[in-house]
Design a protein around this ligand. Sequence first.
Ligand code: ADP
Ligand code: MG
Length: 699
Amino acid sequence: MDLSTPVTYLKGVGPQRAVHLEAKGLRTAADLLTYAPFRYEDRSNVKPISELAPGEMATVLAEVRSVHLPRFRRRNVGLFEAFFTDSSGARLMGKWFNAAYLKNVLEPGVRVALYGKVEFDTYSHELAMMHPEHEILRGDDEDGDDSLHTGRIVPVYEAAGKVSTRALRTILRRLVDRIDVIEDAMPPHVLMRMKLPGIVDALRDLHFPAPGTDLRLLNAFRTPAQFRMIFEEFFWLETGMALKRRQAQIEIGIAFQLTDRVREQILKMLPFKPTAAQKKVLKEIALDMASASPMSRLLQGDVGSGKTIVAAQAAVIAVENGYQAAMLAPTEILAAQHHANLSRVLAPLNYTIAPLFGSMSKKEKEVAKRALATGVAKVAVGTHALLEEDVEFNRLGLAIIDEQHRFGVMQRKAIQQKGVTPDVLVMTATPIPRTLALTIYGDLAVSVIDELPPGRKPIRTFHKTKLELELVYSFVLKQVKEGRQAYFVYPAIEESETLAVKAAQNAFEELSKHVFPQLKVGLLHGKMKPAEKEAVMDGFKRGEVQVLVSTTVIEVGVDVPNATVMVVENAERFGLAQIHQLRGRVGRGAEQSYCVLVTDKLSETGRERIRTLVDSTDGFYISEMDLRLRGPGEFLGTKQSGLPAFRIGNILRDQEILELARSEAVNFVEAPPSEANLEEAIRYIRENWQWRYGLALVG
Ligand code: ADP
Ligand code: MG
């Protein structure tokens, strides 16, 4: 047996269990070994029922005495109750809602381990556990006798389909007993310096902690064994990132010249005095572009912080050096907006700018492609259409990618390959918490615009319920009477874009006919034809449309300074970062702007989310909260978000380990004990981690 042995060959795993394990991504012995328990229970210190006190978390080993499914007013509510006793003779009740199925599991006579919070049930005047975790103890079966499952600290695993925590515990016990031969891939000097245990000890203690291990430490994932396994996962990722950065430095890119003429052209183009923050990042980018190694830089800046002008400046450097620049945006609306903005900003320089969108006619596309291939067009702006194979550039020197987290790593690579090692500037308006930045963008240098252009008044944000809509309407009416404009936005949830369109259409009917019959109301949604969208947007920009009803198609990039009210309906259905983006559509002019978040009933977290937005306009703070409240996957919004699939590490819980792993990784790559060590590491990452981390370029 070795680490790559398929699970089917392991003792205790038959073909049926293998199917369930594989469905959970557990294909090999190594997969199982890194399938960490999500919790540990101290069953060496099990309490007799007679000694339980309300309020404590406890484990008891008990037997089912009787069960019943109470009905209320003859309605079956799925409540399942069971009474347990143990050798102390005392009685404990377990209560589960929506769990009628348990009657086939917890039958009288069955022995179980129960874990949960002890409460005093005021209804029955008994000690009870609500929804305790339960594990059936079988005495003796294919998964061993109870000595593995009781009388010690036991690992609790998330079940893999029909493979229960008990079965996993047994399989892992057998596996862990046979791993004394596996080789430790971690560089020994790193283990020494960090005082980390070797792989065999770490794996054994991860799954079967030694007696007396501190349970709080275990459940905080901070025993030496857990620390090592988390550290290792981050270490290889960050080593991969460091290798990528090193490789990029060695690679020969374009050394753009920053001549007086280039400087003159930039000054000629700049429409206003850049803020100090803009100046700082302009300089960072210019220096990167002037160096011979290809730029890989992330430009972060809150909505409205003025990233466009920075991108335009980078484009000028490229074009004045005889190269082309391309700007890639995730949606057509945003690409169109960038096209309009860049055309305006670059107008004094007379560059030919070619737009390339999916919705353009074949003929229009041909014209744009020819202009790019011949080099007549200096700047390209477009959507995914720019990535298509038949799009060729004459001399692409700079690729600017906006809203990168919606693009995968592969797309970044695709646009890069349209030139010969062009410089790459990634822009994002969703501030990315540092942990995520380190894991997804760890191979990029980072510039931050941390200042808004002068004269902006902070947007005031209010929370209103559906019942208070009349108030919202009269507020909007007042603003419009004063010459301002307003947005009403309805959520588009990925699965049900159609529903969102419906909601927006209904709202449009209601608002235009009944609420604001005297105003000009426009409708904008993703299912409209590009020309229709364009017409509505133009009307809004010119101020003819006073109230714009929309799905989230306006989420990014739209710039109408006269709009001062953003009403977000069903705000509870949006992500925080998304609402922050929407809110950034107002507050772009000199007038005081407002954002109104309208919600239905809210859950506790829902309330906290809305409060975050009402209290703060700081994009970084909001992002951090959003990440905490929703988790990394949801935060990034897509499966192809480029987030590595960590097994044990958790970027929310383990931020400080990530930082440590990163600095050790940088050290290791910059000053390895020997080149052979580094080469070995590269081989190891290629074989074991690359696919998981999407580190397409390592080595
Ligand atoms: P972002 O893309 O970062 O959300 P934009 O580049 O669209 O922001 O800029 C937002 C608005 O602020 C635009 O109307 C832009 O013209 C304006 N703006 C940007 N920088 C400055 C500046 N230094 N001084 C005045 N206005 C600015
Ligand atoms: Mg923008």
